[in-house]
Design a protein around this ligand. Structure first.
Ligand code: MTE
Ligand code: MO
Length: 543
C-alpha cells in the first residue's frame, strides 16, 4: 500500500528538475550520515562539517571573527555550523538539478566536496593524519553513488515522458513496465530507503561519536581534588556589595564566559593525559601525568580572566577560584630560567589537544605571580568547556596570550622565532589586560524612578589592582565611587555610587584608576590587536 501511495504522489507531470533537487538533497544527507559513521572509529573532529567549520574559523579574518563573537557570543559556533549546513544543502540541491542534465557533472561535484572536506580535515592543526580524510571521502562516495542511482531512475523520463502509464490505483505497477518510461517505483523506493538508511546510519554514527567521551567523563566524575596546600584567603565579606544587578564577585561556572575555537569541546581522559615540557633552554625536558600534578603542592587563587575580544562594557570577563600547580616551579624543575636571569627562551607556547597555540612571556610566568596549571575551578574539576583536565591561568594577561585550555604541551621558544595562533591572525604578541570598568546597574535604557538610584559595577586591572573608580553624570564632575573591599590585585573589584537621579535622560560614565596610577583612558580603540579601551557609558531615562 505504501508504495502505491508514493507512486501516486510522484506523477510524471512533476518537473524532473524538482526530483533532481530532491535527489541532491537526499545524496547530501546520505553523505553526511555516512561521514558521521566513518568518523566514529577515526575521530569526531574529522567529520566534514566539523573540519570545514574549524578551517573556516581559522581562516576568518580577525575583524569578522570579532564581529561574530560580539553578535552571536557563544552561539557563534552554532551559527557557523548552521551556515555550513546551509551552504551544503544549497550545493547538494544544485548538484542534484545539474545531474539530471549532466550525469557526470553531479557526481564529480559531490566528489569534489568530499575532497574539500578531506583536505580541511587533514590540514587541521590537530589532524592525526590521512585517516582524517576517510569520513569525507566515504561520505562523498556514498552521496555520489546515491545521486547516480536516483537520477538514473529519472532520466528515462527525458526520452519518453508520454510513455509512462498512470499507475492504476490499488494495483502496483510492476518494475518491468515502469522501466519502459521512467522508473517511478524504483525512484520512490530508492529515495525512501536511502532516506531511511541515512537516518539510521547517521543516528548510529552520532551515538558512537557521543560515546567516545565516556572515558573522559568517567575520569572527571572519579576525580576528587585534594585540599590545596596553599589555600586562597577567604574572600573578604565586604568584597561583595549588595546592589541588585551587579555582577556577583565570584562567577559561577555555568555563567562563566566561554571563548574558544573548538567546534567540538575536547573530552580528554585525565588518566591518559600527559603534559610535555620541552624546547629552548629546557635543560631537563619532562612529561607529566595528571597524578604527577596531583602529587605536587596545589595552590588555590582567585583570578579574574578577561578576553581580548571584550568590548568596553562587554561580558567577557569572569572571576573564579582556581586550583592548580605553580607553573614557575614546574618550569624551574625542568631547568628553565627566566630571560632576566639569562634564560634563552622568552616565549612559552602552550599547545592544546585541539591544536590551539597560545604564547606567553616567560618573564611574566616566572616573575612570582600566581601563574598556574589549573586543574580546578570554583571547587570542582575544570568543566570540559573550560579546559579539563588542565589549562593555564596567568593573572594580568588576556586569555589569548595566557589561558590555554585542554593543555598538552609546553614549548619554550622565542617571540622572534614563533608566532602562535592569534598572532598569525593579527593580534598582539604581548597583551597585558587594560584597566577597565563596567556599569552593571542600571542597565542601558533603564527607566528608574527619580530619587536615589544605585549605580554599580565592576572594575579590573589584574595584577596591578584597582585604586579608584569614578562616575560622571552627563558632563558633570567625576565623583568617586565607593569601592568594595579588595580580594587580591588579581581580581576585579565591585564599586557603587548612590545617585540622586533627577527626571529626564542621563548618561552615566565610569572610569577606573589602577594601583600604578594609570587612569583608564577615554580614548576608544577596537579590540584588535591588544584589547579595547575607552569609557563605558549607560544611557537611562529617569521617570
Ligand atoms: N585550546 C584553547 N584554549 C583557549 C582558547 C581557544 O580557542 N582554544 N581561547 C583562549 C581565549 S581567547 C580566552 S579569552 C580564554 C577563555 O577561557 P574560558 O572559555 O574558560 O572563559 O581561553 C583561551 N584558551
Ligand atoms: Mo580571548
Amino acid at each position: 500500500m505504501r508504495d502505491e501511495e508514493k507512486d501516486q504522489r510522484v506523477r510524471p507531470g512533476l518537473p524532473r528538475l524538482a526530483l533532481g533537487a530532491l535527489s541532491g538533497a537526499l545524496a547530501g544527507f546520505a553523505a553526511l550520515a555516512v561521514a558521521e559513521l566513518v568518523a566514529a572509529p577515526v575521530r569526531q573532529q574529522s567529520s566534514p562539517v566539523i573540519a570545514v567549520g574549524g578551517a573556516s574559523i581559522d581562516a576568518t579574518p580577525a575583524p569578522v571573527k570579532d564581529w561574530a563573537i560580539r553578535h552571536f557570543g557563544t552561539n557563534d559556533k552554532l551559527v557557523l555550523q548552521l551556515g555550513i549546513l546551509g551552504v551544503l544543502a544549497v550545493s547538494a540541491v544544485a548538484l542534484g538539478v545539474l545531474t539530471v542534465r549532466f550525469r557526470r557533472v553531479g557526481a564529480a561535484g559531490v566528489l569534489l566536496s568530499g575532497v574539500i572536506g578531506a583536505a580541511a580535515a587533514v590540514s587541521r592543526p590537530n589532524s592525526t593524519g590521512i585517516a582524517d580524510a576517510l569520513p569525507s571521502i566515504g561520505g562523498a562516495a556514498a552521496g555520489a553513488l546515491l545521486l547516480y542511482v536516483l537520477v538514473g531512475r529519472l532520466t528515462a523520463v527525458r526520452r519518453s515522458p508520454a510513455s509512462v502509464p498512470e499507475p492504476v490505483p490499488g494495483e502496483a505497477p510492476d518494475g518491468l513496465t515502469a522501466s519502459a518510461g521512467w522508473d517511478r517505483r524504483g525512484f520512490v523506493l530508492a529515495a525512501a530507503s536511502a532516506a531511511a538508511a541515512s537516518a539510521a546510519v547517521g543516528a548510529v554514527g552520532r551515538s558512537l561519536n557521543a560515546s567516545h567521551g565516556q572515558d573522559a567523563i568517567a575520569s572527571r566524575n572519579a576525580l576528587v581534588l585534594p585540599a590545596p596546600g596553599s589555600p586562597a584567603r577567604p574572600v573578604p565579606k565586604r568584597a561583595a556589595l549588595r546592589v541588585p544587578g551587579i555582577s556577583p564577585f565570584v562567577t559561577p561556572n555555568k555563567d562563566f564566559y566561554r571563548v574558544d575555537t573548538a567546534l567540538v569541546v575536547p573530552e580528554v581522559d585525565s588518566r591518559t593525559w600527559r603534559l610535555r615540557v620541552h624546547g629552548k633552554g629546557v635543560r631537563r625536558p619532562a612529561t607529566y601525568s595528571f597524578d604527577d600534578l596531583l602529587r605536587r603542592e596545589l595552590i588555590e587563587r582567585d583570578i579574574t580572566l578577561t578576553c581580548v575580544s571584550n568590548e568596553v562594557g562587554g561580558p567577557y570577563a569572569g572571576n573564579a577560584r582556581w586550583t592548580g600547580v605553580r607553573l614557575a616551579g614546574l618550569l624551574a624543575e625542568c631547568g628553565v630560567e627566566s630571560p632576566s636571569r639569562g634564560g634563552r627562551a622568552d616565549q612559552l607556547v602552550a599547545r592544546s589537544v585541539d591544536g590551539m597555540t597560545i604564547g606567553s612571556p616567560v618573564e611574566d610566568v616566572m616573575d612570582g605571580r600566581d601563574a598556574m596549571l589549573a586543574l580546578g575551578m570554583n571547587g570542582e574539576p575544570l568543566p570540559f568547556e573550560h579546559g579539563f583536565p588542565v589549562r593555564m591561568v596567568v593573572p594580568g594577561l588576556y586569555g589569548f596570550v595566557s589561558a590555554c585550555k585542554w593543555l598538552e604541551d609546553i614549548e619554550l621558544t622565542t617571540f622572534d622565532s614563533y608566532d602562535p595562533h592569534w598572532v598569525k591572525r593579527g593580534w598582539a604578541r604581548r597583551a597585558p589586560i587594560k584597566t577597565e570598568s563596567r556599569i552593571d546597574a542600571p542597565k542601558p535604557f533603564a527607566r528608574p524612578k527619580a530619587g536615589t538610584v544605585m549605580v554599580a559595577g565592576v572594575a579590573w586591572a589584574q595584577h596591578r589592582g584597582i585604586d579608584k573608580v569614578e562616575v560622571r553624570i552627563d558632563d558633570g564632575p567625576w565623583q568617586e565611587a565607593h569601592l568594595a573591599a579588595e580580594d587580591t590585585r588579581d581580581t576585579w573589584r565591585q564599586w557603587s555610587l548612590p545617585w540622586q537621579a533627577t527626571k529626564g535622560g542621563h548618561t552615566l560614565t565610569v572610569r577606573a584608576t589602577d594601583r600604578t596610577g594609570g587612569v583608564q583612558t577615554g580614548r576608544r580603540t577596537r579590540t584588535i590587536p591588544d584589547g579595547a579601551s575607552g569609557w563605558h557609558s549607560v544611557v537611562v531615562t529617569v521617570d
